[in-house]
Design a protein around this ligand. Structure first.
Ligand code: BGC
Length: 743
């Protein structure tokens, strides 16, 4: 049930919005063109001080927003100059990339997505907002809801994975978390849906690269999370850096105007990305900054980030009649409306003492919970995990990331500090150090290091212990903006370190901290258990320790497919069937082909000779200490009419001896469509907790609207026909049923 507003509240909101509308209107009437253009400009702040030029610009009404000023005293002074010394006293939007935490750092967004838990994700954004407002920040550039199916792309770390449904659910949860009940609340900040759109499909995973996405796929995949964010009330959008089908997103009228404004009726403001307006000339789309400003304004970019093409050229273009004043007014209106909605005119200043402490207990608890639910157990042979402290006299703890508070925070951390992180070494020592000896050897200086000088000491430590925990992965800088990789193997000599640990014959548990899926197949044979922790943030250590030693069971599920080798990319679960889908029978293995083999009809399907057709781990996959079995799938109806719903249900039983949480997933396939449909699409998920032996029946309600897709004419339709439906613990789940939709 969606929360229904009481009639009184509806009137209140409507009145509130009318009041804001008339205040915006009055203010606009008193503004000169230069002041309007000023509102459309966002400038880089000094970072701890106020450059004279910035102060003067604010005084002259030439600045609508600043970004990257985390010092609250400086922010208050900037606001004071805007409010007291500029002619109209319009306060500033103060923007910052608060991506996965402010001081309390949560797992990277891709890690949070592995929780498949909107409640946890919303709580993370809430904590981030509560901490950020103490510094006077009133606008974050998050969530990033670019669908990406390419783990080479460094910004996959900042994404919510490959699937439009999961990304929509979690992206909207982030919006709710940042913006709170109402933007006016003193602990709410405006969110920003970015990067509109297609940025995650950059060619070859190289950042900032071209995205070529057919309109149908654009609408069925890439735009869906943005529509969901708009529906969730996200206050702002940011344009993408990329060239989208030949027209840079920042100047793309189809995207920014036709889709966003006309079709979706989106009322919020749109900001460019960093200098993305002037970069349109570098793309070769415009001749110079003036033309770039023109194209961006015509597309509907309300505010320019960092560069100054609006400040330098918009006034002239209006004077020359190239851009109408009405258009400028519409854009400025959206900016002013946000400032009113945030309550900045009433309260432009920040008093940190009025807000809860940074890094307080409850924030750390939320970060630990998020980190715990983000970890995905990928392998657990012979139930190596959980490790039972009572049976361990000593464990060896190895690896470059076992005790590195900085690297575990991951990419996009402007304000978090390593000194607040609790590492695996610290947490494991705290948890079991009184009864179990912990033999820690870093063994490799960094994740990229090649020197094996530390290996003999590491082997000695494992030999002296009952088991080894090896914490490896990528350093924080190896993912994130402009930090793409062509090889996504475990870097440096980390594989050799795992092999060395395994050579002792002791059980080896590998914990991986990384900003993306890595091609970890080569290490699987040396690891008895693998726990994928992403970059887990401030409380990564305690979360991992609790999981390793069985205080809680892992429950994360992959939000993105893990390839066996990078050459399989892009590989994702919601692919199309093709005319020649591969099966185990039709797939041939390069190693089994005899010399001078004729080209036979065997193998004439869609796969790689050297990698088959399956990924290493499918989307949605993740093990638990519990053992969940899915049985008895049923549908409430065999056939339903358009506009009706049916229930799909299954029993889930925990056959294991540990309690645990499981993310139950619902997938659908529309067998025939006016455009071909994916072989599976996620349509629902639910987290449940089951004790050993416990059984629960889970039902999902599917409405025929949930089956809608954009057809050849770009209309959103549900077509009558046959459907398959699955319930299970991953996108590879075998338990299925069928139903029909009739006209
Ligand atoms: C990124 C944005 C970010 C902005 C401001 C750009 O380089 O693409 O995502 O919000 O910088 O820091």
């Amino acid at each position: 049930m969606h929360g229904e507003r009481t009639p009184e509240l509806v009137v209140d909101n409507a009145q509130h919005s009318d009041i804001i509308q008339s205040r915006v209107h009055d203010l606009l009437m008193s503004m000169g063109l230069d002041e309007k253009v000023g509102q459309m400009s966002q400038l880089q702040a000094g970072g701890g001080w106020i450059p004279d030029e910035l102060a003067d610009s604010i005084r002259r009404g030439q600045v609508g927003s600043v970004l990257n000023e985390p010092d609250v005293e400086v922010v208050n002074e900037l606001q004071r100059i805007a409010v007291e010394e500029s002619r109209l006293g319009i306060p500033l939007l103060v923007g910052r990339d608060v991506i996965h935490g402010y001081k309390t750092i949560f797992p990277i967004p891709l890690g949070q997505a592995a929780s498949w838990n909107p409640t946890v994700v919303e709580a993370g954004a809430r904590v981030s907002a509560e901490e950020a407002v103490r510094s006077g920040i009133n606008w974050t550039f998050a969530p990033m809801i670019d669908i990406t199916r390419d783990p080479r792309w460094g910004r996959i770390a900042e994404s919510l994975g490959e699937d439009p449904y999961l990304c929509s659910e979690l992206g909207s949860a982030m919006v709710r978390g940042f913006q709170g009940e109402t933007l006016t609340a003193s602990d709410s900040i405006a969110a920003c849906a970015k990067h509109f759109a297609g940025y995650g499909a950059a060619e070859g995973g190289r950042d900032y690269n071209t995205a070529n996405i057919p309109e149908n796929e654009m609408r069925n995949v890439y735009l869906r999370p943005f529509k969901a964010a708009a529906d969730a009330g996200v206050a702002t959008f940011m344009s993408a850096f990329c060239d989208l089908n030949g027209v840079p997103a920042t100047g793309n009228q189809w995207l920014m105007d036709q889709v966003l404004r006309q079709e979706w009726r989106y009322q919020g403001m749109v900001v460019s990305d960093w200098e993305s307006i002037v970069e349109m000339s570098v793309h070769g789309f415009t001749h110079d900054d003036e033309q770039a400003a023109y194209e961006a304004a015509m597309a509907g970019i309300d505010m320019e980030m960092a560069s100054s093409s609006y400040r330098d050229h918009l006034e002239n273009m209006v004077d020359q009649g190239k851009i109408s004043l009405e258009q400028i007014d519409r854009m400025v209106e959206r900016i002013l409306r946000l400032k009113f909605e945030l309550g900045l005119f009433e309260q432009p200043y920040t008093d940190p003492s009025q807000h809860p402490e940074l890094l307080n207990k409850s924030n750390l608890k939320a970060a630990k919970q998020a980190a715990m639910q983000s970890c995905v157990l990928l392998k657990n042979e012979h139930q190596t995990l959980p490790l039972l402290p009572a049976k361990l006299d000593a464990i060896a703890l190895l690896g470059p990331l076992a005790d590195d508070g900085f690297e575990q925070m991951g990419t996009w951390v402007f304000d978090g500090e390593a000194c607040h992180s609790v590492t695996c070494l610290q947490a494991i020592t705290e948890l079991i150090g009184r009864t179990t000896e912990i033999n820690y050897v870093k063994a490799l200086e960094t994740t990229r290091a090649a020197s094996e000088d530390g290996f003999s000491e590491a082997i000695e430590a494992v030999t002296q212990s009952d088991a080894a925990v090896v914490v490896v992965g990528e350093e924080a800088f190896m993912s994130g903006e402009a930090h793409s990789r062509a090889s996504i193997d475990l870097p440096g000599h980390q594989k050799a370190l795992i092999e060395a640990a395994a050579s002792t014959g002791k059980p080896v548990v590998v914990v991986i901290m990384a900003g993306r899926p890595l091609t970890i197949e080569p290490i699987l044979e040396y690891a008895d258990a693998v726990l994928y922790a992403w970059h887990p943030g401030t409380m990564g250590g305690p979360a991992i320790a609790d999981l390793l030693f069985g205080l809680e069971s892992p429950s994360g599920k992959l939000p993105v497919t893990f390839p066996k080798v990078v050459g399989q990319v892009p590989i994702h679960y919601a692919q199309k069937n093709t005319g020649r889908p591969a099966t185990e029978e039709t797939c041939i293995d390069i190693n089994e082909v005899p010399p001078r083999a004729p080209q036979t009809s065997l193998g004439m399907t869609s796969f790689h000779l050297d990698a088959g057709f399956k990924p290493l781990f499918p989307f949605g996959f993740g093990l638990s200490y519990g053992r969940f079995q899915y049985v008895k799938i049923t549908t409430s109806h065999h056939s339903i009419g358009l506009g009706q719903s049916l229930d799909v249900s299954a029993d889930i039983v925990n056959m294991g001896s540990y309690a645990g949480e499981e993310v139950v997933q619902l997938y659908v396939r529309d067998l025939v469509g006016n455009v071909t449909r994916p072989i599976k699409e996620l349509k629902g998920f639910r987290r449940i907790r089951l004790k050993p032996g416990e059984r629960q029946r889970i039902s999902f309600r599917l409405h025929t609207d949930d089956l809608a897709f954009f057809n050849r004419d770009m209309q959103l339709v549900t077509e009558p026909g046959q459907f398959h439906v699955w319930i299970g613990g991953s996108s590879d789940a075998p338990l299925w049923a069928e139903f029909e939709v009739h006209a």
